[in-house]
Design a protein around this ligand. Structure first.
Ligand code: HEC
Length: 466
């Protein structure tokens, strides 16, 4: 067994060392709305979703911690209960608002999205049962607060712990998936969830996310419990409104300070292939605003009871800007990191399409597969195999006719060759022409000569024939 393994090892290592970046070909299906519109919306739509995810995760965690503190100091148990009440609402909003960005990711990054789903393996499929379980547990936790007391309190705390743990674990699966998407060059090394955990910088990103959840939930609760319509006297009689505000402001302040450690950790462990000037601009712009937020929070914490809370909305607005900047930076990073791979996919797709067309033409013109393109190539044969699917001599149904091509290129056959290697987009009435670079310059020159000859003959025809 072991000797077998050792014998196989060099083979295996050689394989790993030479595995190339997998480049699948794309589906040639047009997007239902323009790509720029999708790209414009994907960030705000995603942030709306992640906002409630943060509240859900932060809420579950804070409810759990406060319930434990509440075992010794009962007023924290009641606080935990009030926090817990927000979790089920926020989780419903998080899920509903998650559908939008998920569908948009499907459309914008189809190949990368599905590849990452498959590579994340069983963990990805596990999401559904896990989500169902945690939802049911969250409701159980919420509705047994009054009944599972005394000797049953331990059980109640345990359920709260399970809810918090699951709410912490589920985002990790999503994070691993979106992270895997970003690094196609690592795909051949990924064999399921646990290896996917090791690529890119999953853990720094995860801690950054969890801390963001706690900071955001703190700010949310400062507003939620601090608002005029919240019946503090009835629900949390052992606290005062200013006290609650200060408590959660302080929470947000210190966790946000910790982000100044987690943030750089994320940034400096990020593979550099996607870090561009634009990415830096968004991220550092957001960091600058974050410093302002910290300043305002500090002022609020040290404000008198009578005046505390006045800066809540400016803080919330600036905080949203921070999140927007970070979110946009993240999107720009993804775009830049994936650009080379997306180009490779486009090339592969065009190549695939032209080979497919060539094969169809070979079948239609009765040329056997054995008549490879390179075997005694003639302009006529090559044209029939690779261009005639779209280009006809006189008719211009799906591409310009040879007559038109002759009028454009009669003194410039090399122009045909260079166009065919990298076609542009000229005429609105036709779709794009697939690149034909794989044929090679020599073959394309033969085709060009043949095309011009045909086009020339045809121009003379209508005038000569009656
Ligand atoms: C899938 C269809 C398709 C195939 C196959 C195809 N073409 Fe085209 N070709 C087009 C279309 C469509 C245009 C017009 C593009 C435009 O104007 O935007 C075009 C335009 C051209 C032009 C005009 C360029 C110009 O500057 O106006 C040339 C030359 C040409 N093709 C050469 C070739 C050659 C050579 C081959 C075979 C090796 C080939 N095409 C195969 C669809 C095709």
């Amino acid at each position: 067994m072991l000797t077998d393994f050792i014998a196989q090892l060099p083979n295996f290592l050689a394989q790993v060392a030479t595995t190339e970046v997998p480049v699948p070909h794309d589906l040639e299906i047009p997007l239902p709305i323009p790509e720029w519109a999708l790209k414009l919306w994907v960030v705000p739509v995603f942030l709306l979703h992640i906002f409630f995810v943060n509240l859900m995760v932060g809420g579950a965690l804070m409810a759990f911690v406060n319930e434990i503190i509440g075992l010794r100091f009962p007023r924290y148990d009641r606080l935990a209960r009030c926090i817990g009440e927000t979790v089920t609402v926020n989780k419903s909003l998080a899920v509903v608002l998650g559908i939008g960005p998920m569908l948009m990711m499907n459309l914008l990054y189809t190949i990368h999205f599905y590849s990452a789903n498959a590579l994340t393996g069983h963990a990805w499929a596990l999401l559904i049962p896990l989500i169902i379980t945690v939802f049911l547990l969250a409701y159980l936790h919420k509705y047994t607060w009054e009944t599972w007391t005394g000797p049953r309190k331990g059980r109640h705390v345990l359920v709260g712990g399970a809810v918090a743990a699951l709410f912490l674990f589920i985002p990790l699966i999503f994070l691993v998936q979106v992270n895997t998407m970003l690094f196609p060059d690592k795909w051949s090394q990924v064999k399921g969830f646990f290896t996917a955990l090791q690529i890119g910088n999953v853990f720094p990103r995860y801690f950054h996310f969890v801390a963001a959840s706690l900071a955001l939930m703190g700010l949310f609760l400062a507003g939620w419990f601090g608002r005029k319509s919240f019946p503090v006297e009835e629900k949390l009689p052992e606290f005062t409104r200013p006290e609650l505000r200060r408590h959660f402001y302080r929470w947000t302040f210190w966790v946000s300070c910790a982000q100044f450690a987690f943030g750089p950790l994320v940034f400096f462990t990020l593979p550099t292939q996607g870090i561009t000037a634009t990415v830096m601009l968004w991220i550092f712009g957001a960091v600058f605003v974050a410093i302002l937020v910290l300043g305002l929070l500090w002022k609020e914490i040290h404000e008198s009871d009578a005046r505390i809370g006045r800066r809540f909305w400016p803080i919330a607005a600036l905080f949203s800007l921070v999140v927007l900047g970070m979110g946009q930076g993240r999107h720009v990073y993804r775009e830049a990191a994936l650009a080379p791979h997306k180009e490779a996919i486009a090339r592969k797709t065009a190549e695939f399409r032209s080979i497919e067309l060539g094969t169809q033409m070979r079948i239609r013109t009765g040329l056997g597969a054995g008549d490879a393109l390179t075997a005694a190539p003639s302009g006529k044969k090559l044209f029939a195999q690779t261009c005639a699917a779209c280009h006809a001599v006189e008719k211009a149904t799906s591409a310009p006719s040879l007559v038109e091509i002759h009028s454009l290129f009669k003194d410039n056959p090399a122009g045909i060759v260079s166009w065919a290697k990298a076609p542009g987009k000229k005429r609105a009435q036709y779709g794009p022409m697939p690149p034909m670079a794989h044929l090679g310059d020599d073959n394309l020159a033969l085709i060009a000569a043949y095309m011009l000859e045909q086009g020339k003959g045809a121009t003379a025809q209508p005038t000569a024939a009656p």
